[in-house]
Design a protein around this ligand. Structure first.
Ligand code: ATP
Length: 261
C-alpha cells in the first residue's frame, strides 16, 4: 500500500533529515514510526502525501508514484491526523468533520455550508463511531477537550474512506489514559474501514501496545523494523540510547503539555 524506496531528505539549510530509508507497508497494517525528537518521523510521514518532497528515492501509494501529477488524485484518499488537531476553532464540530470532504466539494459550497446530504450522513456516522453524539454537532471545536478534538480529527480523516491514514504524533499533547483511548479508536476504525495506518509516536510503551509493526528511526535511518515483541533492550538502546527508553525525556515544548480528556 505504501512504499518508500531509498528515500532521503536534505532540507535547503543542509540538514540531512533522512537517509536511504526503504519500507514496504502492506494494506491494513498499523505501522508505528518510533523515535526520539528529530529522528525524521514527520519528514518520512509527510512524504507519503507529498507535503515533503524527497531529495533522493521514490514514494508510492497503492502502486502510484507520489508526485505533482498524481497528488490531486491521491490526496483525497489519504487521511491526515495532526498532533495539534488542526481544527478550525470557531467552526462547529460538524463543519470540522465535513471539512474532510473538501477535496470533493467546491470552496464556495463549503463556505456557504452547502454540504450534500450523503456527506452530512457520513459525518454523523463517523462522529458516532468516534464516541461523540449529536449533542456535540453544533458545539464549537474550541469548546472541546483535547481528547474530544482528536476524536473530531479522526472522524474528519475518515470522511473520504481513505486507503491510507497518516497520524503525526496524534497523542503527543494528551494524557496517558486519553492517549490509549485515541490509539485504540484509531486502530479500530482503521481495521473496520480497511485503511492502512502510519502513525508517528515517541512513546515506546504505546508503540509496543498498539502497533502491528514498529519502524524506529534514529538520525534519519532505520534502527529497528519488526514486531513489537521483537523489540529488545538492545534495540531500544540503538533507538533511544537507553535500554528501556526510561531516559527519554517527556515532551515539554510549548503547546505540547498534556491536555485533559
Ligand atoms: N523545514 C525544515 N528545514 C530544516 N530542517 C528541518 C525542517 N523540518 C525538519 N527539519 C530537521 O530535520 C530533522 C528531522 O525532523 P523531523 O521533524 O522529521 O523529526 P521528528 O522525528 O518528527 O521529530 P519530532 O518528534 O520532534 O517532531 C530534524 O533535525 C529537524 O530539525
Amino acid at each position: 500500500m505504501l512504499m518508500f524506496e531509498g528515500v532521503g531528505k536534505r532540507y535547503p539549510d543542509g540538514t540531512e533529515a533522512l537517509a536511504d530509508v526503504t519500507l514496504r507497508i502492506p494494506k491494513g497494517q498499523f505501522c508505528v514510526l518510533l523515535g526520539p525528537s528529530g529522528a525524521g518521523k514527520s519528514t518520512l510521514l509527510r512524504m507519503a502525501n507529498g507535503l515533503v518532497v524527497p531529495t533522493q528515492g521514490n514514494v508510492a501509494v497503492a502502486g502510484t508514484p507520489v508526485g505533482p501529477a498524481s497528488l490531486p488524485r491521491l490526496r483525497p484518499r489519504i487521511g491526515m491526523i495532526h498532533q495539534q488537531f488542526d481544527l478550525v476553532p470557531q467552526s462547529t464540530v460538524a463543519t470540522n468533520v465535513l471539512a474532510g470532504a473538501l477535496p470533493y466539494i467546491s470552496a464556495w459550497r463549503a463556505l456557504a455550508g452547502l454540504f450534500p446530504e450523503t456527506y452530512r450522513a457520513k459525518a454523523c456516522e463517523l462522529l458516532a463511531a468516534v464516541g461523540l453524539d449529536e449533542s456535540h454537532l453544533a458545539r464549537r471545536a474550541s469548546q472541546l477537550s483535547g481528547g474530544q478534538m482528536q476524536r473530531v480529527g479522526i472522524a474528519r480523516a475518515f470522511m473520504l474512506d481513505p486507503l491510507l491514514v497518516l497520524a503525526d504524533e496524534p497523542v503527543a499533547s494528551l494524557d496517558p489514559k486519553v492517549s490509549r483511548d485515541i490509539l485504540d479508536l484509531l486502530r479500530r476504525q482503521s481495521r473496520l474501514r480497511g485503511a492502512t495506518l502510519l502513525c508517528s509516536l515517541h512513546q515506546l510503551d504505546l508503540a509496543r501496545e498498539y502497533a502491528d509493526r514498529i519502524v524506529a528511526l534514529r538520525h534519519g535511518r532505520v534502527a529497528f523494523d519488526g514486531a513489537p515483541a521483537d523489540l529488545t533492550a538492545q534495540s531500544c538502546e540503538a533507538i533511544f540510547g537507553t535500554p528501556d527508553a526510561s531516559g527519554v525525556a517527556p515532551r515539554t515544548d510549548a503547546g505540547l503539555q498534556p491536555a485533559a480528556a
